[in-house]
Design a protein around this ligand. Structure first.
Ligand SMILES: NC(=O)c1ccc[n+]([C@@H]2O[C@H](COP(=O)([O-])OP(=O)(O)OC[C@H]3O[C@@H](n4cnc5c(N)ncnc54)[C@H](O)[C@@H]3O)[C@@H](O)[C@H]2O)c1
Ligand SMILES: O=c1ccn([C@@H]2O[C@H](COP(=O)(O)OP(=O)(O)O[C@H]3O[C@H](CO)[C@H](O)[C@H](O)[C@H]3O)[C@@H](O)[C@H]2O)c(=O)[nH]1
Length: 338
């Protein structure tokens, strides 16, 4: 069964391609390498022993997208990861984000709605909840006004899919709202490859640990949490990847209850920034150089998932602990800097 994975050489996409191939799916990747490297293909082959088909293409090229679907008429499902994801950059260049994250989604949906039967998994984010009023966050929590154009693209992306599904019963979709994916494949053949200075906590920690950055700034220790630092739900990327396979199988087996469904992907456990640092220190056996800095504008105090819906309906749960995820992130960082 042939599955298209857009952004399949990126962080979450590459781990998902491995899980798909392990389950016997035939994978075609589209990626323009704007935030990834062609070498990721070798990592995928090293783990799964299979080379996915790869097309280097910019999905903003509508006619290329049309030709691709014409050529690959036998695609049974699409997992759409390709997007731009830097919150700060989205504030600087909103149109890039609206074009890449929403224009492309429209092109893909236009092709999928031409088919007799089509399935789509969409990468959404817990950012849609903003600062939720209650923890843990269920899928029924209200969507809050977005803090950034990036956040907006995830909300509008969900709306575009929902509206399209209403009038296209042949289209079945699932939006997965990721909390904070971290870590790397335990084989350390693939992992996260941030370009430039990492904006996210875990790659900043591992790059500091390896000596690439001098010091981590902890953005605020005066939040109303136990140790004063923000709380997030850090989930191992392999657990996230496996959820995509399960969600896709649900659609392929027509087990979905509606043609637009939403699931949280998290562990259900919140960890503070200091807890993440301590986990790093434990698994790496070294002290991390960090200082307390000002709060970062736009940060929510806490966000962790209620995972009951994914547990019960998808029959999926996250298995890896924070320490396991941090260990894999650290192993990966050491490998790529060696
Ligand atoms: N990583 C996170 O913390 C996180 C959290 C919530 C949601 N998401 C979403 O999950 C998805 C995947 O995230 P990721 O962390 O793997 O990001 P990533 O940047 O590592 O992967 C995205 C991939 O898409 C490719 N791409 C981007 N624009 C493209 C285009 N126009 N044409 C072809 N390829 C294109 C990039 O080259 C990259 O390989 C994104 O939609 C992101 O917004 C990520
Ligand atoms: O150098 C750093 C980087 C981060 N943090 C803190 O670490 C926590 C996690 O920050 P990340 O940037 O790793 O993750 P966020 O939860 O802020 O953001 C992630 O989740 C968001 C949804 O909430 C969006 O989806 C976004 O794209 C994605 O990166 C936050 O409290 C942040 O203030 C630091 O203290 N120092």
């Amino acid at each position: 069964m042939k599955i298209l994975v857009t952004g399949g050489l990126g962080f979450i996409g590459s781990h998902t391609v491995v899980e798909l191939q392990n389950k016997g799916f035939e994978v075609v990747i589209i990626d323009n390498l704007s935030n990834s490297s062609i070498n990721v293909l070798d990592g995928i082959v090293a783990i799964s022993g299979k080379k996915p088909l790869f097309e280097k293409m910019d999905l903003r090229d509508k006619s290329a997208v049309q030709s691709f679907f014409k050529k690959h008429g036998d695609i049974e499902g699409v997992i759409h990861f390709a997007a731009s994801k830097a919150v700060g950059e989205s504030v600087e260049n909103p149109l890039l984000y609206y074009e890449n994250n929403l224009g492309v989604l429209v092109y893909i949906l236009q092709e999928l709605t031409k088919k007799d039967r089509a399935r789509l998994i969409f990468s959404s984010s817990c950012t849609v909840y903003g600062q939720a009023d209650e923890m843990p966050i269920t899928e029924n929590a209200p969507v809050k006004p977005a803090e950034s154009p990036y956040g907006n693209t995830k909300q509008i992306g969900e709306e575009i899919i929902k509206d399209t599904c209403k009038v296209n019963p042949s289209l079945a979709t699932i939006a997965l709202r990721y909390f904070n994916p971290i870590g790397a494949h335990p084989s350390v053949e693939i992992g996260e490859l941030p370009i430039g200075v990492p904006q996210n906590l875990v790659p900043f920690i591992t790059q500091t640990g390896v000596g690439l950055r001098e010091e981590l700034s902890v953005f605020g220790d005066d939040y109303p949490t136990e140790d004063g630092t923000c709380i997030r739900d850090y989930i191992h990327v392999v657990d996230v990847a496996k959820a995509h396979v399960v969600a896709l199988e649900r659609l392929l087996e027509n087990k979905n209850e509606a043609n637009y469904e939403v699931f949280n992907l998290g562990t259900g456990k919140g960890s503070s920034v200091l807890e993440v640092i301590h986990s790093f220190e434990k698994v790496s056996g070294q002290k991390l150089n960090y200082k307390i800095a000002n709060r970062r504008p736009g940060d929510v105090i806490q966000a962790y998932a209620d995972t009951q819906k994914a547990n019960e309906i998808l029959g999926w749960k996250a298995y890896s602990s924070l320490d396991e995820a941090m260990k894999s992130a650290w192993d990966w960082e050491q490998k790529i800097r060696a």
